[in-house]
Design a protein around this ligand. Structure first.
Ligand code: Z5A
Length: 222
């Protein structure tokens, strides 16, 4: 085990936003940038990040068949996957001084299960406190753009890959608008942690803004 007195904890960075805003695309950029700065970086995602947590992800994303997933069960599954991910990947990495870059984390729960499904924030906060024991991201890059434009990007990708829509991608426009507003409200409430990036611009412009904001934070941490 690393000695907590001599090994500085690594930094925990998350990427958030609605579907199709470019989280996966930009996660690769963030990871490459941090590695070029000399950090050990663990790139991961939620729900998932370990074999068992990925199995829970499949339960969450499989389209509803004859038995729709109850929304409380959905919330608990999200946090069950998170508990596994924290125990097996995130906490050990941070403890040995590695940096963790994660595609979605608990802000997604407040946005999707809170904003989208209408579950009370206080109930989500109880599970957050139980599972995370005070561990929160050091920086969250929130990629934001109008829902309709993100949907068009996703359509393009689905056509290209011939993929099927998952349980969330089958939701209505009002669900995604509520998700977006919940994300923006969280960013407004935590401006020191959450940085909003305009994800609707072309990729080069989005990435230039993202790296500029990341570098500001790296400078502040150094
Ligand atoms: N979920 C939840 O409910 N509660 C929780 O607590 C958590 C998650 C953690 C799976 O997440 C689902 O889990 C998610 C919420 C739920 N469902 N939804 N919706 P996910 O992250 O795997 O699902 P996703 O948001 O659908 O991810 P995605 O489809 O992979 O989107 P993305 O990563 O944001 O986008 P991308 O793949 O990087 O880019 C999409 C396309 O746009 C692609 O073709 C790119 O080449 C293109 N792109 C990217 N940026 C640009 C720019 N700037 N211009 C033009 N084109 C671009």
């Amino acid at each position: 085990m690393p000695d907590e007195r001599t090994t500085p904890r690594g930094r925990f960075i998350t990427l958030e936003g609605g579907e199709g805003v470019g989280k996966s695309t930009n996660l690769a950029l963030v990871v490459d940038h941090l590695r070029a700065c000399g950090h050990e970086v663990v790139a991961t995602r939620e729900p998932g990040g370990t074999p068992r947590a990925e199995a829970m992800r499949r339960l969450l994303l499989d389209p509803d068949g004859e038995e729709p997933l109850d929304q409380d069960a959905e919330l608990l599954l999200v946090f069950a996957a998170r508990a596994q991910h924290l125990a097996r990947v995130i906490r050990p990495a941070l403890a040995r001084g590695a940096w963790v870059v994660c595609d979605r984390f608990t802000d997604a729960t407040y946005a999707y299960q809170g904003g989208g499904r209408g579950i009370e924030a206080a109930r989500i906060a109880e599970l957050e406190a139980f599972v995370q024991q005070g561990l929160t991201p050091d920086l969250t890059l929130l990629l934001d753009m109008p829902m309709a434009a993100a949907q068009r990007r996703l359509e393009g990708r689905l056509k290209g890959q011939g993929g099927e829509r998952d349980r969330f991608e089958r939701e209505r426009g009002t669900f995604f608008e509520a998700v977006r507003q919940a994300y923006l409200a969280r960013a407004e409430a935590a401006p020191e942690r959450m940085v909003v990036i305009d994800a609707g611009a072309g990729l080069a412009a989005v990435q230039a803004e993202l790296l500029a904001r990341l570098d500001e934070r790296l400078e502040a941490w150094s």
